[in-house]
Design a protein around this ligand. Structure first.
Ligand code: ADP
Ligand code: MG
Length: 356
């Protein structure tokens, strides 16, 4: 593995009180992987990255890079580089000088510097812009210079802390694709920090979803989306409905949940007993709206349409349940779709048991 964190904790003393920024993170990142740390602001992503890079020492736990314990090794003795949101380019140097800076300081021979900087500018698509100063370039171009400056050192792993945060949406989306291409081309491990779920889903091989100093789920994008491990993950990634109820009975392996209103919810997984209070999450696009009561074998609840929003590709429905809960449903607009529910309609919502 490229990176291993084992029970890593970081505590700060703030105004006489101990604050745990990272509460015990254990994870393994494979060589060549595009790995993301995803979570809301303040959940400990940057602190975790700073411990991998060596800018912070863990209060407890171990950090290993490519099999070597580096827990107390300074940053310049680690085979990683870090790119930040604020590119911190040298304003008085042009593109070429910015990228060459680290190599010059390491006394790399001039001919090799020329070759490596040229190669790197090619990869980040800035050939021909060697003489430009940072202020003469767009945000996206500056970020690519920062990337080239980090990659020219040939680190075995690159840590990127919200590197696209300062760019507008369109540029950010273009750079996401660009970053993925660059990672494939250089073939090294990328660890990408973001609070933007769509960014993480687009680019990553695997994602660690962090909340309050802990990893709540570590899996591939599809699994994180389709099978969120906790209510937090379900709520943080995409749109999700959270329904609470108690187990009424268990029949043929599935728990039948009472939601305090007409209908039933079938929960296929995990052992449950009658009387257990549980919460289930369902994605809006997994739910079907119908006016007729659905046949058995599916989860089905009754509600009233309180809002319909036309969104082109699909409609978004807000459906109120008897207990006051509101469920969001996305229904794709088919070519010949005529059967659309309207505001005020009494409807059934149904979904397959494995979707909750
Ligand atoms: P993220 O990058 O996910 O937004 P951070 O790792 O920056 O989160 O911060 C995690 C928590 O640790 C926050 O509550 C933050 O205020 C706290 N924290 C970070 N650095 C320090 C520090 N040097 N001193 C005290 N608290 C800190
Ligand atoms: Mg941060």
């Amino acid at each position: 593995p490229a990176i291993e964190l084992d029970g890593v904790v970081k505590e700060y003393l703030a105004r006489g009180e101990v604050v745990q920024a990272v509460k015990g993170v254990t994870l393994t990142i494979a060589e060549g992987e595009f790995f993301s740390l995803l979570g809301p602001s303040g959940c400990g992503k940057t602190t975790t990255m700073r411990m991998v890079a060596g800018f912070e020492e863990p209060s407890r736990g171990t950090v290993r890079l490519h099999g070597r314990d580096v827990t107390n090794v300074p940053p310049d003795k680690r085979d990683v580089n870090m790119v930040f949101q604020s590119y911190a380019l040298f304003p008085h140097m042009n593109v070429w000088e910015n990228v060459a800076f680290g190599l010059k300081r390491k006394k790399v021979p001039a001919a090799e510097i020329t070759r490596r900087v040229g190669e790197m500018l090619e990869i980040v698509d800035l050939t021909g812009r060697e003489k430009r100063r940072p202020r003469e370039m767009s945000g996206g171009q500056q970020q690519r210079v920062a990337l080239a400056r980090a990659l020219v050192n040939r680190p075995r792993a690159l840590l990127l802390d919200e590197p696209l945060g300062a760019l507008d949406l369109k540029l950010r989306q273009a750079m996401q694709i660009e970053l993925k291409r660059i990672q494939r081309e250089v073939g090294i491990t990328f660890v990408y920090v973001t609070h933007d779920q769509s960014e993480a889903l687009t680019m990553s091989d695997r994602i660690a979803v962090m909340n309050d100093g802990l990893v709540e789920q570590l899996a591939g994008p599809r699994e994180i989306y389709e099978r969120p491990a906790t209510a937090f993950v379900a709520g943080f990634i995409g749109t999700s409905n959270l329904l609470r109820g108690t187990v009424d009975r268990v029949e043929s392996g599935a728990a039948v949940l009472r939601l305090g209103q007409e209908g039933r919810v079938l929960v296929a997984e995990a052992p449950h007993r009658a009387g257990d209070a549980i919460a289930v999450t369902v994605r809006p696009e997994k739910i079907t709206i119908s006016t007729e009561e659905p046949a058995g074998g599916v989860s089905a609840v009754r509600g009233t349409v309180s809002e319909v929003v036309y969104l082109g590709l699909y409609n978004s429905y807000a459906v109120s349940l008897a207990d006051g809960a509101e469920v969001t449903v996305f229904q794709q607009n088919a070519l010949d779709s005529t059967s659309t529910a309207e505001r005020g309609d009494a409807v059934w919502l149904s979904w397959q048991p494995h979707h909750s």
